[in-house]
Design a protein around this ligand. Sequence first.
Ligand code: TLP
Length: 349
Amino acid sequence: MPLTEPDQVVDLRSDTVTKPTPEMRRAMAEAEVGDDVFGEDPTVNRLEALAAERLGKEAGLFVVSGTMGNQASLMAQTQRGDEVILDESSHIFNYEVAALVVLSAVQPRTLRGHYGILDPEDIRRAIRPPNIHAPRNTLIAVESSHNRGGGTCYPLETLREIRRIATANGMAVHLDGARIFNASIATGAPVRELAAQADSVTFCLSKGLGAPVGSVVVGTRVFVDRARRARKMFGGGMRQAGILAAAGVVALETMVDRLREDHENTRILAEGLATLPGIVIDLARVQTNIVIFTVKREDLDAPGLIVKLAEHGIKAFAITPDSIRMVTHKDVNRAGILRTQDVLRTILG
Ligand code: TLP
């Protein structure tokens, strides 16, 4: 049940906190299973086929997490000593424990995007001509929607331009689409069109879509075979994983369209925040289910505001000493959003 009563908690820390729906729990209990390392789990196979079909790719691979999906993709698309171009606030660069360096032994070349969205011209300029001294540029990694950007999305045309640059330079594109369905709803671009601009895409079942565990990586069959080997190497070969995949199938079949509600709630929250003294927020940046705002006050910094919110049962994260991220999702309804605004007004007004 969504949490609405004043004595209940409104958890805006992340959409990863979402709990499985009753339909997911039923599907999990009844899932047909087999040994997935042998390729014999019918429910995992169904999820992988469904994910590939939804994103318009040849094949899919069920992985434990978004991090594993991104890292298996990087390993499948690069060789040791290559250089990957990505933006400096990307999840892959900031929140994956330096796995690209440790596991794939590739060098990150970070560029500064606008709220995480890279300018194709900057990418073009960053690509190194072949030279005995230089690492090979084999991969561009983009993220949409963009987490640290505040839920910002690549316009389809920008992704197309990045695709053209990659192709012209013999490079591949990986899309960290942890929240690709949010990006599709926000931009109006079909998810298949977004995915078509990348060779590999990771998306998460366990965020706004509400499944308890898991992400899927999609791409060509050849790519997925390579990613499957990487997954095994990372210890991610699961056995009767159909129990988990069953929830993923329900997530894809029933939870995508309702993400719009989260976007509406985020917009209402953001517009309320914009009216509060000492809160700085760029409303153009608020495009999906994430809002990031700056706290500019003498009496309170961002961690201080987090403590005060928690006293009123509102949870969120300070992501820097002066900024806070709030993420809406299916387990916070409109009443929870309005209560958050009331509490913010009481503290800051
Ligand atoms: N993001 C989490 C935290 O890790 C920060 C969150 O609460 O938003 N790509 C993107 C764009 C992500 O936002 C995340 C998770 C991942 C990849 C990794 O997914 P998991 O947590 O499943 O490894």
